[in-house]
Design a binder for this molecule. Sequence first.
Ligand code: NDP
Length: 302
Amino acid sequence: MSGALIDGEAIGLRIRERTAAAVATLAQAHGAVPALAVVLVGDDPASQIYVRAKVKNTQEAGMRSHAHRLAADAPEAAVIALVAQLSADPEIDGILVQLPLPEHIDEARVLAALDPAKDVDGLTALSAGRLLLGKAGLRPCTPTGCVILAQSVTRDLTGAHCVVIGRSILVGKPAALLFLEQNCTVTIAHSRTRDLAALCRSADILVPAVGRPEMVRGDWVKPGATVIDVGINRVPAPELGPGAGKTRVVGDVAFAEAREVAGAITPVPRGVGPMTRACLMRNTLLAACARRGWETPGGLEG
Ligand code: NDP
C-alpha cells in the first residue's frame, strides 16, 4: 500500500486564504494593508520564477507588493543601500532578499542591513537567535512549512524521532530547531554523517534538505514514516521529447520508491515549495501587526 500524499498546494492555499481574510479585516479596521518588498539581484531563472510567484501571492492576499530588481553586477553597496532604505521606510512591513545573491555580494552584510522587525524570511542574526532562545519572532518560511506539513499528518509530534538531512542556516538548522520546539527528538545529518541510510531508517519524520536528486531511496525510509522532501533539483528529462534542455524538477527523495514504504509523503513539486510562499505571506502579516501595533489575528495556523 502506498503512503498518503501530503498536498502542500492545498495546505498552503488554506494559509494564504486565512491570511487574505485577516488582511481584509485589518484593512477595514485600520485603513491600511501590509506591504512586502522583494529584492532580486541578477537574472537567475529559478529566482525570477520564485519572485514572480511571491509578488502574485502578495497581491492575491490583498497586500501591497514592491519588487526591486537589480542587475547581476550591481555593487554590494547598492544592494545594502536599498535594503537599508527599505528598512527605514515606514510604509514597508516585510523585506525579502531573494537568495542566493551573486558571488561578489556578501549575504551576511546585506542581511545585517535588514531591520529584524521586517525580516519575514527569518534569516537575520536576531531572528536566528530568537529561534534558538525559544523567544517569539519571525521564523524562516521553508522550515515552518515543513513542520506544518508534518502536523497535517500527526497533530502532536511529541516524542517522534525527526531526522533532518542538511545543516544550512536557510533550511536544515532552523528546521531542526522548529521540530525540537514541537518536542521531537531531533537528529541533524549532513555530508559527514556515517551510515546515513541506517539513520534515516530510524526516523519517524524524515526531512531531507540537501539538493541531491533522489538521494533518499525507498529502503532508507522507515515503514509508516512521514517524509517531508525539501529538495528542489532540476534534472534532464529526455522523456519529455526530443530537443536539448528539457528538464523536470525532482526532490531529494526517490518519490515512487519511498511512497511504497512511507505513511505519508510530500511530492515535488506541490509539496514544501507552496508552503514557503504561504508562510511568507503569513509572516508579512505578522510583521505588519507587530510593527504597527495591530492585534494579531487568530486562526492563521495551517
Ligand atoms: P545547502 O547547499 O546550503 O545545504 C545542503 C546541506 O546538505 C548541507 O548541510 C550539506 O552538508 C548537506 N549534504 C550535502 N551532500 C550530502 C550528502 N551526500 N549526504 C548528507 N548530507 C549532504 O542547501 P539549502 O539548505 O539551501 O537547500 C537544500 C535543498 O532545499 C536544495 O535542493 C534547495 O533547492 C531546496 N530548497 C527548497 C526550498 C523550498 O521552498 N522547497 C527553499 C529552500 C531550499 P554539509 O553542511 O556537510 O556540506
